[in-house]
Design a protein around this ligand. Structure first.
Ligand code: NAD
Ligand code: TYD
Length: 341
């Protein structure tokens, strides 16, 4: 199989490419990524010279560049992915997440190739109780979630109207190696290592459902190879936790790992103004993928978090280089005033 992976230089895409190259030695992977602030070819240093891997710098909105490539299936990870940035400026989200997906769908239609669209549980919105199934209504609350829900709707429309062979996956919050420092788990680890305040939005009781990135990658692969066309699959590890609990767990593990005083690290926790429209709770029911494809998460949260902490400690250069001008400008704008004591 020749696979076009979009957004493969980002967090999940790079983990997915690594998974495919080792799990399917006969598969050729083309990674197309336009290297936004979140795209980083260093994420793929260990596989870049594989004969089965090639990289093309390009935008998923650029029809010509994608038409020039040969592939049998598309796995679409490329996206603007951070809720806080979508609140500051939604336009790149609409451009990449909606128009980019539309462009890829048109190409999938012309070529009659398989299209796997990687989406998120955030399209369902927030719920105080119960779990979202694949049939729950889409009620996105952030501009990011709205752009992803729009792209899901476009995929559905192409399946219904043009009978393209597409699937949608909706995964919960990922964590693991190579996650960009703006997201909660790496932000806590890196700020703790740097003894910087750790911003907690609101009361810290917002709940997310966490999954280790490698488990997500295996699930995407299972859907690509065995998922029924036209089907939607929730991907989750049944692991809900309030933010403050995760933050305390990370700090406890870091204190133990670095042989440091736990209370000193806990004092870095700083409650800040809440995110606008902050969804209270995400929770999905992943039983369809478990039942139909026999997929199950393999990593426990305790072990996954320990592995992730270890990775960020051993890969300081990776995140120090990312703490670039663009990211620091964003970080200061987002947190500068709010974190001043
Ligand atoms: P990321 O921000 O780390 O990576 C996104 C990648 O897409 C980057 O390499 C970026 O350069 C690339 N990209 C952005 N715009 C592009 C464009 N126009 N053309 C080509 N490439 C472009 O994001 P991530 O966390 O790896 O998320 C990947 C996908 O998974 C996204 O679609 C996201 O919505 C979805 N998802 C993420 C999570 C999560 O917890 N991170 C959970 C569920 C679903
Ligand atoms: P995030 O990693 O941005 O993912 P998402 O908003 O897509 O779920 O945030 C996870 C949770 O952590 C979310 O409830 C917002 C919260 N959060 C903080 O409390 N402080 C932070 O600095 C960040 C980045 C997030």
């Amino acid at each position: 199989m020749k696979l076009l992976v979009t957004g493969g230089a980002g967090f999940i895409g790079s983990n997915y490419i690594r998974h495919v190259l080792s799990a399917h030695p006969d598969c050729q992977v083309i990674n197309i990524d336009n290297l936004t602030y979140a795209g980083n070819l260093e994420n793929l240093n260990d596989v870049k010279s594989s004969p089965n891997y090639s990289f093309v710098k390009g935008d998923i909105c650029d029809r010509k560049i994608i038409e020039s490539l040969k592939f049998d299936a598309i796995v679409n990870f490329a996206a603007e992915s951070h809720v806080d940035r979508s609140i500051l400026d939604a336009s790149p989200f609409l451009q990449t997440n909606i128009m980019g997906t539309h462009n890829l769908l048109e190409i999938a239609r012309q070529r009659d190739c398989i299209f796997l669209h990687v989406s998120t549980d955030e399209v369902y919105g927030s719920t105080e109780k119960g779990f979202f199934s694949e049939d729950s209504p889409l009620q996105p609350n952030s501009p990011y979630a709205a752009s992803k829900a729009s792209s899901d709707m476009l995929v559905r429309a192409h399946v219904e109207t043009f009978k393209i062979r597409a699937m949608i996956t909706r995964c919960s919050n990922n964590y693991g190696a190579y996650q960009f420092p703006e997201k909660l788990i790496p932000l806590v680890i890196i700020n703790a290592l740097n003894r910087k305040p750790i911003p907690v939005y609101g009361d810290g009781m917002n709940v997310r459902d966490w999954i280790y990135v490698a488990d997500h990658c295996r699930a995407v692969d299972a859907v690509l190879h065995s998922g029924r066309h036209g089907e939607v699959f929730n991907i989750g590890a049944r692991n809900e936790m309030p933010n403050i609990e995760i933050i305390k767990l990370l700090l406890k593990k870091l204190a133990w790992r670095l042989d440091q005083n736990e209370d000193e690290l806990l004092r870095l926790i700083t409650f800040v103004k809440d995110r606008q429209g902050h969804d209270r709770r995400y929770a999905i029911d992943p039983s369809r993928i478990e039942r139909q494809l026999g997929w199950k998460p393999q990593m426990s949260f305790e072990d996954g978090v320990s592995k992730t902490i270890e990775w960020y400690i051993s890969n300081k250069q990776w995140w120090q280089r990312i703490n670039s001008k663009e990211y620091m400008q964003y970080y200061d704008a987002q947190y500068g005033e709010r974190l001043k004591k």
